[in-house]
Design a protein around this ligand. Structure first.
Ligand SMILES: [Zn+2]
Length: 275
């Protein structure tokens, strides 16, 4: 049956998202001989520019940001030994409510069917056994993450591709650990506000189906994130240092939403039932 190597496809919104939530699984499965395909949907033009210039501030040149982030993405893929990088090249839509949401060419303003067709073409080409993306809220409500979710689910449905599909998540207990350690280290950290109207991030631990230990690949994940050090939110994680980073971010967690293997849950391997 195993005539071709198993294949993992991760669909992400921006350059750098591959490192934070799936850097460990990309590195681990590549080391295990799995073909890894990263699809990055947008060009990250709404990120920080060279020298830390914020979007909307004078001197923020989207073309320069795009070039810088493409180079960072390639360095991150090298650190994670990603087999194939595919970029869809849509314009970064910025945070919800930003005028960039509706800019021509933005990912958010692109019809789901149109972008899903392009992703479906990649699914037909690479025939992934496992596809990973975000939940319906894009994990934290960013329009490009929501759109990545939508096109991935549409593309999987139209190709009938992938034996298993997962959404990334974070266990609620991890947020507590994280807050505690950040405070110990004196790093600025806001605890989640229970009165916030936004949906709470992550999931209760017993709703998480899949826990993948990637601690042995902590250095590669750290290097991948360090490749994106131009983005302030990443520096935040890098401040932890390698050891603490691996301790806190060394188990990647997912919810299994499609499965044709009947592998029992909870599982500790995205490829459980496939090898
Ligand atoms: Zn993102």
């Amino acid at each position: 049956m195993a005539e071709r190597p198993l294949t993992l496809m991760a669909v992400h919104a921006h350059p750098d998202d591959e490192a934070t939530s799936t850097g460990g699984v990309l590195a681990r499965y590549a080391a295990e001989g799995v073909t890894t395909v990263l699809v990055t949907c947008t060009d990250g033009r709404c990120g920080d520019g060279p020298g830390g210039v914020k979007p909307g501030d004078p001197g923020h040149d989207p073309a320069a940001v795009v070039a810088m982030r493409q180079a960072e993405l390639e360095a991150s893929c090298a650190a994670l030994k990603v087999t194939h990088l595919e970029t869809l090249g849509y314009g970064d839509s910025g945070m919800m409510g930003w005028p960039t949401n509706d800019q021509p060419g933005s990912f958010w303003s692109t019809p789901v069917a149109e972008a899903a067709d392009r992703l479906a073409e990649l699914i037909r080409r690479y025939r992934p056994d496992v596809v990973v993306t975000y939940d319906e809220n894009g994990f934290y409500g960013h329009p490009d993450h929501i759109q990545a979710h939508r096109i991935t689910m549409a593309a999987v449905a139209q190709t009938d591709g992938a034996a298993k599909v997962y959404w990334t998540t974070v266990p609620r207990t991890a947020f507590e650990d994280f807050g505690r350690i950040m405070k110990e280290l004196g790093i600025e950290w806001a605890d989640p506000d229970p009165s916030s109207p936004e949906p709470a991030l992550g999931l209760p631990d017993d709703e998480i189906s899949t826990w993948v230990d990637t601690k042995a690949y902590g250095d590669q994940k750290f290097d991948a994130l360090a490749a994106h050090a131009s983005q302030t939110e990443n520096i935040f994680f890098l401040q932890l240092g390698r050891e603490r980073f691996t301790e806190l971010m060394g188990v990647e967690t997912f919810v299994r939403v499609r499965d044709t293997t009947d592998a029992p849950l909870p599982e500790d391997d995205l490829f459980a039932g496939l090898r």
